[in-house]
Design a protein around this ligand. Structure first.
Ligand SMILES: Cc1cc2nc3c(=O)[nH]c(=O)nc-3n(C[C@H](O)[C@H](O)[C@H](O)COP(=O)(O)OP(=O)(O)OC[C@H]3O[C@@H](n4cnc5c(N)ncnc54)[C@H](O)[C@@H]3O)c2cc1C
Length: 466
């Protein structure tokens, strides 16, 4: 890299501006650190905006696996909301979007004010928002906190000095640049920086290597919600399996799903297609694989609209494709090897940690080939809430590098609740707050005073006491 330009140093550099990165950068900056957020897309929000999934789950606990809800004919309103699982910056972001008239919820589904029967499509704890409002409001929140944002900036390397990361390399239209950093927070989802710096990671399931399917989410508009509601009220399957079966029979050579999971968005007549856009066998850390997934997803979206929805879905004869995501939805890739993994056993046994820095309110929902293993076997998160230990954020052997979001070390099925967006916000907030404390105390992340960190998080409205 002959022409690398060095830019000014930052106290904290956050790589990736998804739910985890937004919260990490906001927390670090609110704690007085000069903070840079590097994001490869042209907006913050990650999977929830560029990935077209404006559907933050996990604000409360008490949800049950969607397949059970459907099997039992329940709607999200039948589920209790025993307690709030996430506060802090997540709640702040949610309230700001609501104040901008851009969001519905939490625990209320879009369009159900007029069409209550659409309840049967929901998960029960979601906050749904208008993507454009979300992008703007989240950007405003970061700017107000004092974060410097650089869009179109992909982190491509890390300069390692012993157990420290001296800074990161990123590339954008201005070329390859180097930014020195006091602390680095990896919120790329894929543990890119941890990997680039040469700290250990692993991909997918620790034993089998399997990674949950990726999606190119689509939104379809101009659907009559009343017709969908009538279909559901008549007791029909909210996964639309018989419609799909018929469409596949009629169009055997076409790439069509065998079921659909659709969610009403905030705009009347608009539905997000989540289940029905997923494909197994792709790798979110492989550029060619992501290109292939994106192209396949786009063809799938065309088939969904032009064949499945227009001809089989009630109220959708004149529907149109509103958008496909501008980048693929990736559920699972690399995880860090940390100081202490959050394990499946922790969730099944309800482990209490001394260094809990966030809670996850959702159940096991990670798909593997053939279903959701733990949910299908009736296994439940013991306490109905999961404690996330600080040590799961700490790449083994690293001094000034920490991870947040779906790349923390949550093994196997434990990733299900840990990767939910509200939880990613909460873990990001903890990482950003810890970065400020680490720099103030001039100690490695692993030596941050955890009691002081917990006290600070509580003071700022975070939920950490299970
Ligand atoms: C199809 C699908 C459906 C889901 N459904 C839901 C749901 O309904 N509700 C829910 O709460 N959760 C859902 N999830 C899970 C949730 O969306 C993710 O686990 C969560 O978004 C992870 O947050 P994150 O901040 O770790 O990563 P991401 O949201 O992936 O954000 C990572 C950010 O980092 C950026 N980035 C990546 N690499 C680099 C780099 N090298 N340099 C600079 N920037 C980089 C990306 O552009 C992105 O903005 C779903 C996930 C998928 C894929």
């Amino acid at each position: 890299m002959d022409k690398v330009k060095q830019i000014q140093a930052y106290d904290v550099v956050v790589a990736g501006g998804g739910p985890a990165g937004i919260a990490a950068a906001t927390a670090a900056a609110r704690h007085g650190q000069k903070t840079l957020l590097l994001e490869v897309n042209g907006c913050v929000g990650g999977t929830s905006t560029a990935g077209a999934l404006p559907f933050w789950l996990g604000y409360t606990n008490g949800s049950i696996p969607f397949p059970w809800m459907i099997k039992e004919g329940r709607s999200y309103k039948d589920c209790p909301h025993p307690r709030k699982a996430v506060g802090g910056i997540f709640e702040d972001a949610m309230n700001r979007i609501k104040a901008a008239q851009g969001g519905v919820g939490p625990c209320v589904l879009g369009q159900t004010d007029k069409y209550p029967g659409l309840d049967r499509l929901g998960c029960h704890d979601e906050f749904t928002f208008d993507i454009e409002t979300g992008k703007r409001v989240l950007e405003e929140m970061l700017t107000e906190a004092g974060v410097t944002l650089r869009y179109y900036a992909r982190v491509i390397g890390a300069r390692r000095e012993g157990d420290k990361v001296a800074g990161v390399y990123f590339a954008d239209k201005s070329g390859v640049q180097y930014v020195p950093a006091g602390a680095v927070i990896d919120c790329t989802g894929d543990a890119d920086v941890v990997d680039q710096a040469g700290f250990e990671t692993y991909k997918g399931d620790k034993v089998t290597g399997e990674m949950t399917g990726c999606s190119l989410v689509a939104h379809i508009e101009n659907i009559d919600p009343g017709a969908v509601e009538a279909y559901l009220n008549a007791g029909n399957d909210p996964w639309f399996r018989s419609l799909c079966e018929q469409a596949i029979k009629d169009h055997p050579d076409m790439d069509l799903p065998d079921s659909l999971i659709i969610f009403p968005m905030v705009q009347e007549g608009v539905f997000m297609v989540n289940g029905g856009t997923s494909f197994g066998g792709y790798d979110g850390t492989d550029g060619e694989s992501m290109t292939a997934l994106t192209m396949r997803g786009r063809q799938r979206a065309k088939n969904l609209v032009e064949v499945l929805f227009r001809n089989y879905m009630p109220g959708a004869a004149n529907c149109r494709l509103r958008l496909t995501a501008s980048y693929p939805g990736v559920r699972e890739t690399r995880r860090i090897i940390s100081e202490r993994a959050l394990t499946e056993a922790d969730l099944l046994n309800g482990t209490n940690f001394e260094d809990t820095i966030a809670l996850a309110g959702r159940h096991f929902d990670l798909h593997r080939e053939g279903g959701q293993p733990f949910a299908d076997q009736g296994k439940r998160v013991r306490k109905g809430i999961t404690e996330i230990p600080y040590r799961a954020l700490l790449p083994k052997g690293a001094d000034n590098l920490i991870a947040a979001g779906r790349c923390i070390e949550a093994e196997g099925q434990a990733l299900g609740p840990a990767r939910i967006m509200s939880t990613c916000f909460a873990v990001g907030e903890a990482a950003g707050t810890a970065a400020a404390m680490k720099l103030r105390s001039d100690c490695p992340f692993r030596d941050v005073n955890v009691s002081a960190l917990q006290a600070d998080l509580r003071e700022n409205g975070a939920e950490i006491d299970a």
